[in-house]
Write a protein that binds this ligand. Sequence first.
Ligand code: SF4
Length: 371
Amino acid sequence: MIDEIKFENLIEPAMDWFLENKRDLPWRQDQNPYHIWVSEIMLQQTRVEAVKSYYHRFMEELPTLQDLANCPEDKLLKLWEGLGYYNRVRNMQKAAKVIVEEYQGAFPETEEEILGLPGIGPYTAGAIGSIAFGNATPAVDGNVLRIISRVSDDDSDILKDKTKKAVTAKLREVMPEGRIDSEDASLPEAPGILNQALMEIGALVCVPNGAPHCEICPWHTMCLAKERGTIDGLPVKKKAKARKIVDMTVFLIEDGGKVWIRKRPKEGLLAGLYEFPNQPGHLTKKQVADYVEAHGFDPIRVEKLEDAKHIFSHVEWHMKGYRVRVAAIDEKMAEVFPKELETEDYFVDLEEVRRAYAFPSAFQIFRNILV
Ligand code: SF4
């Protein structure tokens, strides 16, 4: 159980191990809160290796918080394309605007102020506050919960808020403070080092998939799960509810030069991103031809594509796709798209569809077929 281990004994070995073994990552070159914030939000979406190129591109296009605040939405979503959870980057822009307007562009420093920004929860506030400003605030995410549950042989459900609060409170009691004795100017103050150390142990040592590397773990002599042979059962996560399955049919309707795309509504899942027209259910070739004709096109050829699946946290899309070659899209535009359509529909050049429009991952598999 969590009380069986003395948290103060975890701190020094973790920090010493980190100083010896930390990876050289682009966002660890300084303690600029904007850099830390962007990297932390990206790291919540995907692996470190994948984040590097997104991070570089984002910083090249939007090098300052002011640039993020002023960025047009389409460009912002394009920079985030493939990372998913697009509301996170929208919230980042909202927060950037708040910082520009209410804090004269200077990132707020206290835990309370950082937590008050749109889209910033306790983990991100802890990471930014500790690394950029030396705040003694823990940053507890699933990785930290996993390693703590193992080192303390704690079988509490780590998906429960209660467990997270208990671990956060324990860490808060033992957070170190101030600057450590080092000539390395790229190092944050002690709280930032500890939080990064816990993240790094979770990423490199006490890993989520496969066996943990106990032989190189700074806690291997004190780890209760290792001592008791309970590693395989930890952490405990109660089974997530089964995802809802949604069947749909996606249409790539093109005339050899242009393809029909549409912008999703401003609210809801994947808001404001682009997609190909689609319908609920799995349609047959005949039904697809009927759909296309009903929109005023002459289908020349209907080609069935490979089935595709996309998994969101609570929903799975099971998609059938059809590529439909039609004649002369431009001439049909006016009659196909009456004003009362709620979505924004466009016919765009095939080569533009990849360059200029942000598509969610769910539709990228179809876009890749086109271009
Ligand atoms: S000793 Fe092994 S199981 Fe225990 S915390 Fe370290 S890596 Fe994880």
